[in-house]
Design a protein around this ligand. Structure first.
Ligand SMILES: Cc1cc2nc3c(=O)[nH]c(=O)nc-3n(C[C@H](O)[C@H](O)[C@H](O)COP(=O)(O)OP(=O)(O)OC[C@H]3O[C@@H](n4cnc5c(N)ncnc54)[C@H](O)[C@@H]3O)c2cc1C
Length: 333
C-alpha cells in the first residue's frame, strides 16, 4: 500500500485566506482542488507538501457564467459540471467534449478545470513509486540529473497530459490568476512553456481563479479528438483540438489546430494560413493540414506506447477533427 506523508490540510473559505496561507507557508504549501492528480503524486513522493490549501470552498472559484460574448468558468468547477452543462455543450462543444473525456466518471466528479490546466507533466520514468525511481537512479524532473528518455541533454521532456488546455488555446481563452502580489491575466496560449519540470508560468503561490473564453461566432466549428489505451479512463496518448471559421461556401477564414500530450507543452500547428486559409475545406486541404501536423509532431518514449505509432496517429486524428468540424459533432454524453 502507498501511504501519504504527514501534512496539514487547510480549508479556507475566502480567496484572501487561501493567499495568506500560501504566503505564510511558502514553498512547503501547495493548492489542492479535486486532488485527483496531486494525491496519487503525493503517494509516489513526487510532492511532499507540509501544507495543502484546499480551493473548493472559495466562492470566487465557482460559477459557470455564459454571456453573449464571453464564458467565465470558475477554476474549481468540476469537469463533470462542464461536460454536462447544456449552454457549454451548445456554445463551446469542443470544451464540453474534452472535459467529458478526461479520466473516468468518478475522477471527473472530483477533478476541476483549474487542476486540469495546472496538471503536472507525466513520464514513464516519473509517475512511479519512490522505490521504482530510486532503483533507476531518479531523473531530471525529480531528484536526479539525467533524462532516461533522451539519455542526453538537460531538458525534461515529460508530456503535457491534460485534455482541456489544447481546446482552450484554440478558443483563445484567458486565465485569471491571483497571488499575494496581485492579479494578472494570461492567455492560455502563453501559459505553457517547453520545460517538463515545470511547464507553466504559474508561480507556486499563484491561484488560477477562473478561465474566460470568448464565445466563437456561429460560423466557427470546433472539435476535439483523443487517443488513449482504454477509452473509459486513461490519460491521452495524443489529443487534437481544432477551431475553424468557415464562410458560406466552406472557405476557411481562420484555422487553429493544437496537438498535445506529446511534449512538455501543447503544440500549436504553424503555417496553416498558407495551406488552408482562403481555400475551401475540401479533402485536399484536409490532407494538407493533416500532413503539416505530422511534420511538426515528434513524440518521444516519454509514454510507454511506441512513439512512431503515436506520430502516425497524429494525421488520423487531425483528419477526424477536421471532418467532425465540417459536419458538427455531437457533444460527449
Ligand atoms: C486514473 C487517472 C486518469 C486520468 N486521466 C486523465 C485524462 O484522461 N485527461 C486529463 O486531462 N487528466 C487526467 N487525469 C488527471 C486529473 O484527474 C485531471 O487532470 C483533473 O482535472 C485534475 O484536477 P484536480 O482538481 O483533481 O487537480 P488537483 O489534483 O487538485 O491538482 C493538480 C495540480 O494543480 C494545482 N492546482 C489545482 N487547482 C489549482 C488552481 N485553481 N490554481 C492553481 N493551482 C491549482 C495543484 O496544486 C496541483 O499541482 C487522470 C487521473 C487519474 C488518477
Amino acid at each position: 500500500m502507498l501511504r501519504l506523508h504527514e501534512y496539514r490540510y487547510h480549508r479556507p473559505t475566502s480567496l484572501g485566506e487561501a493567499l495568506a496561507l500560501l504566503e505564510e507557508h511558502g514553498p512547503s504549501a501547495m493548492p489542492i482542488a479535486g486532488g485527483t492528480d496531486l494525491m496519487p503524486n503525493m503517494k509516489h513522493r513526487l510532492f511532499t507538501p507540509a501544507h495543502l490549501v484546499a480551493l473548493k470552498r472559495i466562492p470566487e472559484l465557482h460559477g459557470i457564467d455564459v454571456g453573449e460574448r464571453e464564458v467565465r468558468i470558475g477554476a474549481a468547477e468540476t469537469l463533470a459540471a462542464i461536460a454536462r452543462h447544456p449552454l457549454l455543450r451548445d456554445r463551446l462543444p469542443s470544451l464540453a467534449t474534452a472535459a467529458g473525456l478526461v479520466a473516468g466518471p468518478q475522477l471527473r466528479n472530483m477533478g476541476t478545470l483549474g487542476g486540469n490546466v495546472c496538471l503536472d507533466t507525466r513520464c514513464t520514468y516519473y509517475n512511479q513509486t519512490l522505490f521504482w525511481r530510486s532503483a533507476l537512479g531518479f531523473c531530471l524532473k525529480k531528484d536526479g540529473d539525467v533524462c532516461h528518455v533522451t539519455k542526453v541533454g538537460k531538458k525534461c521532456v515529460a508530456a503535457h497530459s491534460a485534455d482541456t488546455p489544447p481546446v482552450l488555446i484554440t478558443l483563445g481563452a484567458t486565465l485569471d490568476l491571483v497571488s499575494p502580489r496581485g492579479e494578472r491575466s494570461v492567455p492560455v496560449a502563453d501559459f505553457f512553456v517547453a520545460d517538463g519540470v515545470r511547464n507553466t508560468v504559474r508561480e507556486p503561490d499563484e491561484i488560477v481563479v477562473a478561465v474566460r473564453i470568448p464565445v466563437p461566432p456561429p460560423t466557427t466549428h470546433t472539435a476535439f479528438q483523443k487517443l488513449r489505451q482504454r477509452g473509459s479512463i486513461d490519460f491521452p496518448l495524443l489529443n487534437v483540438a481544432l477551431a475553424v471559421d468557415l464562410d458560406e461556401g466552406d472557405v476557411v477564414r481562420d484555422l487553429r489546430l493544437v496537438v498535445s500530450a506529446l511534449g512538455a507543452r501543447p503544440r500549436v500547428v504553424a503555417g496553416l494560413d498558407k495551406i488552408a486559409v482562403g481555400r475551401r475545406l475540401d479533402d485536399d486541404v484536409v490532407d494538407a493540414v493533416a500532413r503539416r501536423a505530422f511534420d511538426q509532431c515528434h513524440p518521444l518514449t516519454n509514454i510507454t506506447v511506441d512513439p512512431e505509432w503515436r506520430r502516425a496517429m497524429v494525421p488520423v486524428h487531425v483528419r477526424r477533427a477536421l471532418l467532425a468540424a465540417r459536419t458538427p459533432a455531437p457533444a460527449a454524453p
